[in-house]
Write a protein that binds this ligand. Structure first.
Ligand SMILES: CC(C)(COP(=O)(O)OP(=O)(O)OC[C@H]1O[C@@H](n2cnc3c(N)ncnc32)[C@H](O)[C@@H]1OP(=O)(O)O)[C@@H](O)C(=O)NCCC(=O)NCCS
Length: 185
């Protein structure tokens, strides 16, 4: 199984024991506050299956995150090609979703920094994007901590119904050249 280590975390392919804690995370109203609805167990398992098979196919994706000796699964962080067409497609996005028990420790930022390095060095991407509902300040803070810059225009996420206040999204971008510059400063 694919496995990478950062200072405090392991990012890896998914295993069957991840599905139950992932379903608990996806059922949590607070974690899913900026998504249209929390997910049922069936929806969560289907989601895990897609994420896991994309890693098997591509060798990268939304990796499962564990904290050795503390928790065998705290959520996911990684890279993904959005399934829906967005105004800035084609693109590779960086994304994250963690169990709220593990918020406030810098874990998302630590794992995201690894994902950026992987995307720019191993995959040789020219740009990585990230996007979230305008209300999701915690996610925007991760984007800013890892050095991404926000586009001045918002966009309407096509998967969220017209009229839903979560439809308006901020788009953040980071180009490889800017990331290389950040590494040397
Ligand atoms: C988005 C999400 C991952 C952010 O989690 P987070 O805990 O705020 O982010 P990090 O893991 O990077 O932790 C940063 C916080 O830990 C603190 N911290 C503590 N120890 C730290 C350390 N050693 N290193 C860095 N930061 C540390 C930081 O000061 C910061 O706290 P603050 O928010 O009070 O400023 C989380 O809110 C989440 O899973 N949300 C639900 C899913 C979601 O919305 N996903 C995005 C959809 S687009």
């Amino acid at each position: 199984m694919i496995k990478f280590k950062t200072k405090r975390l392991v990012l890896r392919g998914w295993q069957p024991s991840d599905y139950a804690p992932f379903a608990r995370i996806n059922a949590d109203q607070e974690v899913m506050k900026y998504f249209p609805t929390p997910l049922s167990e069936v929806e969560s398992n289907a989601n895990a299956e897609i994420i896991s098979s994309l890693i098997d196919k591509r060798g990268w994706g939304f990796w499962a995150v564990e904290i050795p000796a503390i928790s065998s699964f705290i959520g996911f962080v990684g890279l993904h090609i959005p399934a829906v067409k967005l105004p800035f497609s084609p693109c590779v996005e960086i994304g994250w979703r963690l169990d709220k028990e593990f918020w406030g420790h810098g874990y998302a930022t630590e794992a995201a920094n690894f994902a950026l390095e992987y995307g720019f060095t191993e995959l040789d991407l020219n740009e990585i994007v990230s996007f979230t509902a305008t209300q999701n300040k915690a996610s925007q803070a991760v984007m800013e901590r890892i050095g991404m810059s926000r586009d001045s225009e918002t966009f309407e996420h096509p998967s969220i119904p017209v009229g839903n206040p979560l439809r308006e999204h901020f788009l953040y971008r980071l180009e490889k050249a800017a990331w290389i510059k950040m590494q040397s400063s």
